[in-house]
Design a protein around this ligand. Structure first.
Ligand code: CA2
Length: 157
């Protein structure tokens, strides 16, 4: 089972600027923790960050036939990108959207996520721990899907 983690624009600046909003942890520290947890659970994991909308769309498309789950923080594109939403919808791979901050407690323009509408679940406001929660949720979802597929195969045999 494989999870692809996709990080959107400016998240490469985590721990470098605006620590009062997003905290002191760097993106690579968050990824190191996720990698540890993935290894403990026998799950393959890949990380990708881009500041470019088209590159994020390409990465989501590349997940087809490669990933069983997507954990994504589309960052500001959550509020604007129909292209990322369409890509997530098209690949039909379960996705969990993570926001470090509680987008519902911030400016009005952050309160709506159009990408969250096509995600299996959303975690917001839990800081870096949100990525851990997303992994727990995604492992559960992937196991449920695998159990369903195994049962179906057994019925067909
Ligand atoms: O809370 C989140 O995770 C967000 O996705 C973060 C985005 C923001 O546009 C969303 O509304 C909510 C911004 C990511 C920018 O991250 C920075 C980190 C450090 C310094 C500057 C930006």
């Amino acid at each position: 089972m494989k999870i692809v983690v996709i990080q959107g624009p400016n998240l490469n600046m985590l721990g470098v600027r605006e620590q009062h909003i997003y905290g002191p942890m760097k993106l690579e520290d968050i990824h190191a923790q996720m990698k540890n947890f993935a290894e403990q659970n026998g799950v393959e994991i890949e990380f990708f960050q881009s500041n470019l909308e088209g590159e994020i769309v390409d990465k989501i498309q590349e997940c087809l036939g490669d990933a069983d789950g997507i954990i994504i923080n589309p960052a500001a594109y959550s509020h604007t990108s129909i292209a990322i939403r369409d890509a997530l919808s098209a690949v039909e791979i379960p996705a969990i959207e993570v926001h470090l901050s509680n987008i519902h407690a911030r400016e009005d323009f952050r309160k709506k996520s159009i990408t969250a509408e096509v995600s299996a679940g959303v975690i917001a406001g839990m800081g870096p721990f949100g990525y851990h929660l997303a992994m727990v949720g995604m492992i559960q979802i992937m196991q449920e899907i695998k159990a369903m597929q195994d049962a179906q195969q057994e019925q067909e045999a």
